[in-house]
Design a protein around this ligand. Structure first.
Ligand code: RM4
Ligand code: MN
Ligand code: MN
Length: 428
């Protein structure tokens, strides 16, 4: 485990440069009338969950290039998230994928989590793969399947996933459902009946959940099915949630949109309806690319956060608290470094959104002053907030530069020494 004095020593070694940059930024922000203390606190408090399925090297159907030292089991995954959290103090929770990461001994897992200052924030079901020796196949769907027995199998799996979540601590009260269900060819599905069966199955799962649990319903336009997905878009997710019940919310995965979709508007709509449940952050060029958050479209990420901040500050918006999670796959980078980069990008987008002069923006909107509105957004977006995010980290005992410290300590090499060069993680 990373020791606090290792972080302190490291911060000491980079503090001259950091203090210079923060000194300038902090003063500039004060001159603009920003409440710097409050900004630092908000940025430091913002926590993003790490997916248990993304700590190993990802791959494509063409191949996989393992980096070595990957976590071989849930305990080692917790150890890696614990390290990420020690480095950035911004990733205090894990989203768990079942059955990729079944806790064998819930009490021991809970203890390990608490040693690292972590919690499980949500559990994710998996009805997109057949497990070994599974008698009833998901080849033609799960919750939407024509065969009631397959549907029941998938429903029971989701209920079992909730049981695992309950055993892992009181903080876990969220079930995330992503369905691969759909069809590959025109005519394969009765489109309306497939929707209705899915609604009935989701309702059965919802009714079996404890009354303080939330069900997040994720959508995706294509893949693995290429002609139709049963839940392809936010409108379908929203309509399902409306019928399922109050604690059913839409999950927005940034990569689950067709190119050029206006995701910030989807976010605004869902918040307006009080149905935005949470995020799977990642970066995308073409589809479900699962790239590092903010790597391809940082301005879009900022605009999404502008809607979130406005929605969270507006007393007229009654949307419940959101689940912030990363969902990514790391094919060419060290997963730990990639996750640190994603959290950094999320925090930068959040910090920039906090800088927006919303009163002035609303006035410009009322006056149809298009140029002024754009200037207000760009003023915030063009501010280099890296020193603010670093200072927020430093103040809560994290590393000023988490990747810098990670590399300096040679952690990947240590992991390879302990776990082996060809260790394989379950997950993407
Ligand atoms: C899907 C979707 C789910 C994730 C799986 C692994 O595309 O994004 O959220 O759990 O991938
Ligand atoms: Mn996702
Ligand atoms: Mn995805």
């Amino acid at each position: 485990m990373l020791k606090q004095d290792q972080i302190q020593d490291y911060n000491q070694s980079v503090s001259a440069d950091h203090d210079f940059k923060w000194g300038y930024l902090g003063e500039s922000l004060e001159r603009q009338g920003q409440n710097v203390e409050q900004l630092l606190k908000k940025v430091a408090d913002f926590q993003v969950a790490i997916p248990s399925w993304a700590l190993g090297t990802g791959g494509t159907r063409f191949g996989r290039f393992p980096i070595g030292g990957e976590p071989r089991n849930l305990e080692e995954k917790i150890e890696d998230v614990g390290l990420i959290h020690a480095l950035n103090r911004s990733s205090n929770s894990i989203s768990l994928h079942i059955p990729w990461d079944i806790p064998q001994d819930a009490a021991a897992t809970r203890q390990l989590l608490s040693q690292h200052g972590l919690i499980i924030d949500s559990v994710n079901s998996n009805t997109f793969q057949d497990q070994k020796d599974q008698a009833l196949s998901y080849k033609f769907g799960s919750l939407c399947h024509t065969d009631a027995q397959v549907r029941k199998h998938a429903i029971d799996h989701n209920i079992e996933v909730v049981e695992y979540g309950k055993a892992l601590g009181d903080e876990c009260k969220t079930l995330t459902v992503w369905l691969a269900d759909g069809s590959n060819f025109p005519g394969q599905h009765h489109l309306r009946r497939a929707y209705q069966r899915t609604l009935d199955s989701l309702t059965a799962i919802y009714e079996a959940m404890p009354s303080d649990w939330t069900m997040l319903v994720e959508y995706k336009p294509y893949e693995p099915n290429f002609y139709s997905m049963v839940i392809p878009d936010w409108g379908t997710s929203y309509s399902l949630c409306q019928q399922i019940g109050e604690r059913s919310q839409v999950l927005v995965d940034l990569g689950h949109h067709l190119p050029n979709t206006n995701i910030e508007q989807i976010v605004a709509r869902l918040m307006h309806f009080g149905r935005l449940g949470g995020f799977h952050f990642n970066g995308s060029m073409y589809g479900d690319d699962d790239l590092t958050t903010g790597a391809t479209k940082p301005y879009q990420l900022f605009l999404i956060f502008c809607e979130l901040v406005q929605g969270m500050n507006d007393p007229a918006v009654t949307n419940p608290a959101l689940a912030w999670m990363i969902d990514a796959s790391h094919n060419t980078k060290d997963p730990i470094e990639d996750l640190l980069q994603s959290v950094q990008a999320i925090k930068m987008a959040y910090a920039k959104a906090l800088l927006v002069d919303t009163q002035a923006l609303f006035e410009a909107q009322e006056q149809n002053d298009v140029v002024r509105a754009q200037e207000i957004l760009e003023n915030a977006f063009q501010t280099d907030v890296r020193a603010l995010v670093a200072e927020a980290r430093r103040q809560v005992g994290a590393a000023i530069d988490p990747i810098g410290l990670y590399r300096q300590m040679g952690i990947r090499e240590q992991r390879i020494g302990q776990r082996g060069r060809y260790a394989v993680a379950t997950g993407l």
